[in-house]
Design a protein around this ligand. Sequence first.
Ligand code: TYD
Ligand code: MG
Length: 452
Amino acid sequence: MAKNSQFVCNACGAVHSKWSGRCDACGAWNTITEETVSTGPKGKSLGPAKGRSIPLSNLSTQDAPLQRTHSGLEELDRVLGGGLVPSSAILVGGDPGIGKSTLLLQAAAAFARRGAKALYVTGEEAAAQVRMRGQRLGLADAPLLLAAETNLRNILTTLDNERPTVAIIDSIQTMWSDHVESAPGSVSQVRACAHELTSFAKRKGISVVLVGHVTKEGQIAGPRVVEHMVDTVLYFEGERGHHFRILRAVKNRFGPADEIGVFEMTGSGLKEVANPSALFLSERDHPAPGSVVFAGIEGTRPLLMEIQALVAPSSLASPRRTVVGWDSARLSMILAVLEARAGLGFGAMDVYLNIAGGLRISEPAADLAVAAAILSSRQDHAIAPDTVVFGEISLSGALRPVTQADARLREAAKLGFSAAFGPQGLKTLEQNSLQLHTFMDLNAFIQSVFGA
Ligand code: TYD
Ligand code: MG
């Protein structure tokens, strides 16, 4: 076999013919490293040797229904699409220190307590350290099997002997396969180990959960390089200073993507948050200009969250636009629409936008709430604190209807809100005391709410 070297981006896995400071494929800086690859003889076809004929089946063949395993952690089970699917491979990514090991140790113990055979392999800590953490988390009584190992061959042999229902591999970046020459954490190692583990899972009916750190410095391959190999990709997110943690399904072959589970990091581990809207809003300050409650949908669930904006005179030649938790291009668009359609300029003003609680929103339905927060700060005019806002803004300034308006209104009514601002076409729900105010376009909204 010939040995070649190639240049691989650690963030996205793209292969380049030469080194450069920036990856053309994903735009990341300083993530390209050289790796040695062994290649078999090239340019030959498969030859005349016959393969085995593959057994075929009909699409209409009836299989036994999927037997999902439940952890009993409702937030986790829902994000997985209703429990763990047998023979599936799951990737849990997240920043270092966000709580992935804590979450998965708790999940593994929960599976074990419910009678599923669960095995937790750590490549980052000693078994004694994991045991100590388990004790602190009150998991000491769970019949969970522990191993501290990084050699993939040993891990696969152990899994084959033990045949657990679920195996946690923490983390994929510490594992190494003796098939691959490069160091643990390199793109080829991470890919090879993930490939071995996922195909092993399919063959032997074991569910494997791979933990992957999101890496900033670029010397170690990030979880993105294995996203395409697994069935389910979950990201564990949250702001360091906040105690909320969100488990988000980015890809799921066995359930809806975009589903979220909400947890709170406490002194004794992660606690599930069954009613996240109430929790996110409990941190709300007194009614203040710039604060607006958005009635959003995250996955299959409505979620109320606070949007905060601050508009202040700027001394800079190009004023600041700072966004946390939302898309900055979308903010520029809303500012442009406000300027072009309502004549409200932001040329000499800094605009700061923040989604409270460390949440991240991607829904266009938040447009109107964002515009309301910005206007509320600009005009120094607080919006009544018992009001929720939602609606998409088009470039013409028209307000567009949003999906699942009923679910949004129901959640708002449940949490004691008494009014909603939204696009036309909203219908009052029976037994719902919410007062609806609907608007055709942004100008009508501004007229009515800010009197300008
Ligand atoms: P950890 O699960 O080790 O993170 P990761 O595996 O994603 O790197 O979590 C580390 C952080 O969680 C650490 O900063 C301390 C905090 N933590 C708590 O606040 N409470 C707890 O009970 C535990 C176990 C950790
Ligand atoms: Mg960890």
